[in-house]
Every structure is written in C-alpha cells, then in structure tokens.
Ligand binder design. Structure first.
Ligand code: ZN
Length: 472
C-alpha cells in the first residue's frame, strides 16, 4: 500500500514501453500518409470519393519513419502475423494459412521479451488469432475474449480492443508498471463487414444521397463480389464501398489515438516505441480473382501495407524519414528486438532496419538487392499433398522496383510483372534480366519449401477449424 501511494505520487511510470499495433486488412493507401503511392483506380481518383482520414498514424509517420513499400508475405491474417512476430516469411514460419497453428519451435517475439525480463500483453480483435493458433506463446496476458459472432468468426471493434487493453494495463495485480512492457494490439475493423465505425464518423465519410444496396453488411459485400464479377457494379456502389472501408480505417486510427493517449496517462512514454503495421491489404474493386477480399492474389493491393515507427528516449527514431526500398513484415521482429536490446535470433531471415533509418548506404544496398517473397494462401482446393500446400497458389517476388507473380493454379504464363509504383501499372518495360532474377528466386524458394504441414489432420480438427472460420 505504501509503495502504491508513493508510485501514485510519482505520476506516470517511467518504464520502457514497446507497442506493436497491427491493423488487419489495411492497404497502405488507406492511410493519409501514403497518398503518393495510392493504388485507387484511375477512374475514381478524381471522383467524389472520400480521402483516407488517419491523423494519428500520419502524425506518427511525421515524427518517425515510414516505409513506403512494406510487403506482407501472405494475404491472410495468421500467416502474416507469424511472419511479423518471427522474422521469417510464410515458409520460414511454416504457417501456410489461417488455421495452421504456429509450431512451438518457431521463435517468436513475446517469448524473447519474456526471457529478457519484459512483461508482454496482447489484445486481439478476431478469432483468427485466438490463443490456440500459437501466437500467444510468451505473453503474460493474451486477451482473445471475443463475443461478437460474424458468420463463422468472432471479433470485436478496435474501440473494444483499446478499452480492454487499458483495463488490463490498469490491473496492477497483472501488469507491473515498473517493469518494461511489450504490448501487441490487433485491430480488425477494416476486414469486411464494414459496420464497426461509429455512426457519426461514418456519416461524415459517405455520400448521404446514395440509394444503392451497399451498406457494409456481409450480405452487401457478397453482392459486391458477385456484381463485380458480373460487370454489374456501378461507380456509385464502388465509391460507397470504398467510403465504408475507409471509415473503418478512420475508426481504427481514432482508436489508436485513444490507445496512445491512454498509455501516456499511465506511462511517461519517455522510452517508448510505437510501430504500426498492416497485416495485408484488400482488393476492393481492383481487378483480382477475388474482388472485395484477400487471400487469393499476390499483388500490390493485397501485399502493400503500412509500416510506421516512432520512438522516444532509448527508442528514438529519426524524424520524417521515408524509406523507399522494399522491406518485408519479416523485418518487424528483428528491428523491434534490436531496439529493445534482445539477443539476436541468428536464424531469422528479416533484418534490423535501424541502419537504413539512419541513412547507412551499405544497409540500403542490401535492401536494394534483396528479394522478398510472398504467396497467396487460398484456395484450399488447390492443395496437393505431400508438397508445401501453397505450391499451387499465386506467389510473388518483390525486388528493386518490381513485383513478379506466378500463378500455377491458373496456369498463367508468362508471369506478370508490376512496377512498385502508384496505380499498379503493368511493367511493360521491365527488363528480361530483372524478371528472370525474380523468377529464379521463386524457383529457389519452391525448391526449399517445407513438407506439407499436417496431412493427417483429423476430421474432428477440420470440423472444429471450419466452425471457427479457419478453413474454407
Ligand atoms: Zn488479416
């Protein structure tokens, strides 16, 4: 009691805090600070559609580092978070898609923090990351208490995630305010259906005169998929869908603000690092095998995600830096670990990005030469044991200013090449040698693919996973 009174008089705790905030289903260009690398359709660019509204994360970018071309290695949630937390791409982390738990021998960030004496707290927004999926390892508290059922999945809003996070931090019997804290927070609102944003926010971003069928509900998103494929979706519907999606992202940004303000009331944040990333993007109305969704395609709208870092004190980050060479979500864990002084994981594939942030030319040259690999994680019907069960799905290699994709499932030849540039134009002038370099990287990746993860999955396991929405 005496200690508590003394601490209360001290004001906010000076303990170091590292906050990793993951925004699910968030394309880079859904944030205001990525306006110059937007992939919105050319026909809608000048039309009456809402702009991204993300002042809090934009402010973080201005006060720190923003990665212009951050790449997700998989367009599904669990596989992408496994990369983010392990410093490995999908095949290194051995998570082919949702529903395949991260195996116990894959090094993750939270156990490494725990070994160094930090306390770790996670609060997730959807059952795709429930504790039985393996991400919970090493967390002192892993809150996956999800009560809102959306079809086969459970989820909660970013506002609820923030309320829960602050409530946990306030439970002093759980969280000691004088011990360094690693906080992982997962927002799911941008994933369809788009019905989480507060009505007052939504009303400022949508056109009140719209009279069509798109209301953000699951049924209306289903209709958009069918209507897009049938060529029956109108520009008003597309604009409406985009506005609803951006309202969800704006809502996550407001929740991020509440989280950071709440943490500042509790911790001095004098030694604090805040990292915001997206786990994958969202096709919306752009050409894709699965419009208004993700998981099937490797392209810029599915793979290009936000990655922003801002820090203070021992976590100070150069202000206003924009890194334009491609980085991967597998770089998140090595960078955070290095900043927190954790022992290096020599088996990780990702890199500590701090030298690049400081302008180190050698580090930038390494990024320039590196090839980043990504793969789609659906459809399951294309799987063929005993190979790696993504072998027949679209995969892509990012290198220098180019993305090359191969889609054996669709038997598309030759591979498609895209420039890493606004508007995602087809790279008509890509040199043959650049394309061949990336094709070679894909072949090497395939040659080293791990065996099929779980060919003997029982029917009960399959039924349970299907019930939670993990299997198609
Ligand atoms: Zn996701």
């Amino acid at each position: 009691m005496v200690l508590a009174l003394v601490c209360a008089a001290c004001g906010p705790s000076p303990a170091p805090v590292v906050v990793l905030v993951s925004w699910d289903t968030t394309r880079a260009d859904a944030l205001g600070c990525y306006a110059d690398v937007a992939h919105w359709g050319l026909d809608l660019r000048a039309a009456r559609h809402p702009s991204p509204r993300t002042p809090r994360v934009d402010a973080l970018a201005a006060s720190g580092v923003r990665h212009q071309w951050a790449i997700a290695h998989a367009p599904t949630t669990l596989a992408s978070h496994a990369s983010m937390m392990s410093g490995r791409d999908t095949r290194g982390a051995r998570v082919p898609r949702n529903g395949f738990p991260i195996e116990p021998d894959v090094p993750l960030l939270a156990p490494r923090f725990a070994a160094a004496g930090w306390q770790s707290v996670a609060v997730v927004g959807a059952s795709v990351l429930s504790r039985d999926m393996g991400l919970s390892r090493g967390f002192l508290v892993y809150d996956d208490h999800l009560t809102q059922k959306v079809r086969r999945r459970y989820e909660r809003s970013a506002d609820d995630v923030v309320d829960r996070t602050l409530a946990i931090v306030d439970r002093r019997s759980l969280v000691d305010h004088w011990t360094p804290l690693f906080l992982f927070v997962h927002f799911f609102d941008a994933h369809s259906p788009w019905d989480s944003s507060p009505a007052e926010l939504r009303s400022t971003m949508v056109d009140p005169s719209y009279a069509g069928a798109v209301d953000g509900s699951s049924d209306s998103v289903d209709w958009l998929v069918k209507a897009t494929r049938a060529g029956r979706v109108g520009s008003d519907d597309r604009i409406r869908a985009r506005a609803l999606y951006l309202a969800e992202v704006a809502s996550m940004d407001a929740a991020l603000g509440r989280l950071l303000d709440g943490l500042e009331q509790r911790f001095a944040m004098e030694d604090a690092l805040v990292v915001v990333v997206g786990d994958h993007g969202e096709a919306l109305d752009l050409p894709a095998s699965r419009p208004y969704g993700h998981g099937f395609d490797v392209d810029l709208v599915a793979s290009h995600v936000p990655f922003v870092a801002s820090g203070s004190g021992r976590f100070a980050v150069p202000a206003g830096v924009v890194v334009d060479r491609p980085v991967g979500l597998m770089d998140v864990a090595p960078t955070i670990a290095a900043m927190a002084g954790l022992p290096v994981d020599p088996s990780a594939s990702g890199l500590d990005l701090q030298p690049v942030w400081r302008g180190d030319a050698d580090a930038a040259a390494i990024l320039e030469e590196r090839v980043l690999l990504a793969e789609a994680t659906k459809p399951t019907q294309a799987e063929a044991a005993p190979d790696w069960n993504n072998r027949y799905k679209e995969r892509g290699a990012f290198g220098r200013r180019l993305l090359v994709t191969e889609s054996p499932w669709e038997d598309r030849t030759p591979p498609s090449a895209f420039e890493l540039a606004p508007g995602q134009p087809e790279a008509s002038d890509a040199s043959r040698s650049s394309v061949e370099r990336l094709e070679g990287a894909l072949r090497t990746w395939d040659a080293g693919a791990p065996d099929y993860r779980d060919p003997e999955m029982t029917s009960e396991t399959k039924a349970a996973l299907r019930g939670l929405g993990y299997l198609d």
